[in-house]
Write a protein that binds this ligand. Structure first.
Ligand code: 3MF
Ligand code: MG
Length: 350
């Protein structure tokens, strides 16, 4: 195999091993305790864990700061014992009754304060788990009805919240995870362009980057690999949520490459061309098992997504770069396309 430039290590969150509920039916698999999930990571080929604040400390709003730190220390010990690292802790700001109408951009100042205070606890959890990367998915910052809010004000409210976090912890780095819709109809930060632009209006742009999720880009009608390239050009792509999506539907979180292998190849290619991972960035997967999957085989989406990433990495590494350069120079993009497809299908190119 040709030399690989990037440094790849893989992560996922405990929510990626789930009970299989959908909006039309009940759960179909038994819940698995966090400790038990953490024991599965290494066997599936993963070294990193992505957390929500209440994955680390369930019922976090009901607990005192001392209790929160005690429970975090227990999780840190389990991670150490398993040889795992926490990639990030993200505030889960979309479940609370206080965030029904948004978190940082809720029209009610008391609710905005709740969201900011809760996120500060999340920053403490990042420190307790020895990571300084906090992912923020702005789930409910948006509108269902345009006239219900002032969207310009919402942008500034989100900025103010990010500034408060940057001031709260001078080592903190914030990764904005954009998504165009679901749960809200229209999100304030729908794409990677918005996320990067938001970084630049904060008090410390160098500490605000982003996370591209393949399905979120596709839901915005964009190419995930180009979104990743955009983040990389700004040196702001600090994590990814690789998965797949069959068109403009609900957020499917399919296994990586399951729907569109060519898209998956493009994403691996853009990461490898940048030598992704050399600053410690993780390759995260945000994938769901199908609802039809039985309990005993409900982690295959994780092992197969990772395996597919590595197969595609091999495809990237074994590309004939001389030929690619010749075809580019000749502007024979039809031939370039034919070569790439032969290469991907394992068909002899001649
Ligand atoms: C929703 C998501 C979220 C985020 C997670 C981490 C529940 O579409 O992708 O997963 O990835 O909150 O920030
Ligand atoms: Mg995600």
């Amino acid at each position: 195999m040709a030399a690989i430039k990037g440094k790849y290590r893989f992560s996922f969150g405990p929510w990626n091993i789930d009970e299989g509920a959908d909006p039309f039916g009940p759960t179909v698999r038994a819940p698995i305790a966090l400790e038990k999930k953490l024991r599965l990571y290494k066997g599936l080929g993963y070294d990193g864990v992505q957390f929500h604040d209440d994955d680390v400390v369930p019922d976090i709003d009901q607990k005192s700061p001392a209790q929160v730190m005690k429970e975090a220390a227990r999780i840190k010990k389990i991670l150490d014992n398993e040889g795992l690292k926490a990639e990030f802790v993200a505030p889960r700001l979309w479940f609370s009754p206080n965030t029904i109408d948004g978190a940082y951009s809720n029209p009610d100042p008391k609710m905005r304060k709740y969201a900011i205070e809760r996120t500060k606890v999340c920053i403490d959890l990042n420190n307790a788990l020895n990571t300084s990367w906090m992912v923020v998915w702005l789930a409910r910052e948006g509108t269902y009805v345009r006239e219900s809010k002032n969207a310009r004000e919402q942008v500034l409210q989100i900025r103010d919240a990010l500034n408060a976090f940057l001031e709260y912890d001078k080592k903190l780095k914030i990764l904005i995870e954009p998504k165009p819709n679901e749960p809200v109809d229209s999100a304030i930060i729908p794409t990677i362009g918005h996320a990067v632009a938001m970084a630049y209006i904060t008090v410390d742009p160098a500490r605000v980057g982003c996370l591209v999720e393949s399905a979120h880009s596709l839901l915005a009608g964009l190419d995930p690999s180009d979104d990743m390239a955009f983040g990389l050009a700004h040196n702001k792509l600090w994590s990814v949520h690789l998965n797949d999506q069959g068109g403009l539907k609900f957020d499917q979180d399919k296994s990586f490459g399951s729907f569109n292998l060519r898209h998956a190849f493009s994403q691996v290619r853009v990461l490898e061309e940048y030598s992704y991972g050399r600053h410690g960035e993780w390759v995260g997967f945000d994938v769901k098992a199908m609802r039809t999957q039985k309990q005993s085989v409900a982690t295959k989406h994780l092992s197969s997504s990772r395996a597919r990433f590595l197969h595609l990495l091999n495809k990237v590494a074994t590309l004939d770069h001389k030929l690619e350069a010749q075809l580019r120079a000749a502007r024979d993009y039809e031939e370039l396309d034919r070569y790439i497809l032969c290469h991907l299908m394992g068909v002899k190119y001649s």
